[in-house]
Design a protein. Structure first.
Length: 122
């Protein structure tokens, strides 16, 4: 009986892990990111511009087009800025951004908290 319970728990954990991994492995174009609000996905696109807010020290990586016509934004708040010492390095580059998509002023975005969330696209 105890072996069955352990096996059941192991199977459930495996299924849960594979679902999370599958969501993170889903790559969607920046132009389609709004369809995935509330989901964890990888968004791929070209960084058209990198900007920042002087007031809040927030950095914005705008994909698809420069602000205000971007199709998607990767956001780096001041609290995480030290982990992203050179965000300008991504301007003009094709990148993949992974995280939970949310809407801000009707535009999709992912908040970057760790450098592993953004990589150059293959």
């Amino acid at each position: 009986m105890r072996v069955r319970k352990l096996l059941s728990v192991s199977i459930l954990l495996s299924l849960a892990t594979s679902r999370i991994s599958a969501a993170q492995d889903r790559v969607v174009p920046d132009s389609a990111a709004a369809r995935f609000v509330g989901q964890t996905v990888t968004v791929e696109g070209t960084v058209a511009s990198v900007g920042s807010s002087r007031r809040s020290a927030t950095t914005f990586l705008n994909l698809g087009a420069a602000y205000p016509n971007q199709t998607f934004t990767a956001v780096i708040f001041r609290s995480a800025a030290s982990r992203f010492p050179n965000p300008q390095q991504w301007e003009g580059k094709r990148v993949r951004v992974t995280g939970k998509v949310r809407l801000y002023r009707e535009k999709p975005e992912i908040v970057l908290e760790e450098p592993s969330q953004i990589v150059l696209a293959p």
